[in-house]
Design a binder for this molecule. Structure first.
Ligand code: URA
Length: 237
């Protein structure tokens, strides 16, 4: 379900503001009925007419990007920094599903399909988000155990579904840990490690559900296959 003015704007016939004006002026019909309420949500298969003409529906697009460092996970940035959307060649109004920090790299999905994005983001879908964290220091067994028991973030207990020490390098005083979480709280992985007393130097997301980087280089992307999209739809509760 999407907001009516957003769908009209996405069809390319008007800006969001102009679309709102047209709704208020009674020029928009949904399934044959005039709708003048701005918050109205519409489904994919609703027929929307503006000024008596059906609007063209934007086709759904789905991408998997290997996000580089130094790119923001938004559609536009007030500081004029490069965004994940700038890296993808399309005229569709895609947006990122969830977010990665400016300095975090790896798997990010982008789409213009709100239902698909909601399934990925919904806690009930229980989708794995797997990160590799390079830590500043050698993590101790007791710190890993504390993480496994769950730590408190924003007044809520969060537990990783898996934590695995991959490497400890006393010479470089760093460790590499793979951690799997299901939520998507702001700076979640960094804050989880911080709460057990160790800082994350580098963070890379290597998997979201069925989506892995495989041979995608930094800044490269690919379209999802129809099969992959239908697998995600099959998770809808
Ligand atoms: N957790 C973080 O701390 N940062 C990210 O970018 C993603 C998860």
């Amino acid at each position: 379900m999407e907001r009516l003015q957003k769908v009209i704007a996405a069809s390319g016939i008007a800006s969001r503001r102009k679309a709102e004006q047209m709704i208020l002026e009674g020029l928009v019909k949904v399934n044959g009925t005039v709708v003048t309420e701005l918050g109205t949500k519409v489904k994919d298969n609703d027929e929307i007419m503006v000024n008596g003409k059906p609007i063209a529906k934007e086709t759904k697009e789905y991408y998997l990007l290997n996000k580089p460092r130094g790119v923001v996970t938004t559609t536009s940035d007030d500081k004029n920094r490069r965004t994940v959307v700038d890296l993808i060649q399309t005229s569709a109004r895609i947006y990122p599903v969830g977010r990665l920090d400016y300095d975090t790299t790896g798997v990010i999905l982008l789409t213009n399909d709100g239902d698909f994005a909601n399934i990925i983001m919904h806690p009930k879908s229980n989708i794995d988000k797997v990160y590799v964290a390079k830590l500043n220091g050698i993590i101790k067994g007791e710190q890993i155990n504390k993480l496994k028991d769950g730590v408190e973030l924003d007044g809520q207990k969060v537990k990783p579904s898996r934590v695995k020490l991959k490497k400890a390098d006393p010479e470089k005083n760093s460790s590499i840990v793979e951690i799997t979480i299901h939520e998507g709280k702001n700076h979640q992985v960094k804050r989880m490690f911080e709460s057990v007393g160790i800082l994350v130097d580098k963070l890379k997301r290597i998997r979201v559900g069925i989506f892995e980087l495989n041979d995608l280089g930094s800044g490269e992307y690919r379209k999802l296959t129809p099969k992959e999209v239908s697998i995600i739809y099959s998770l809808k509760k």
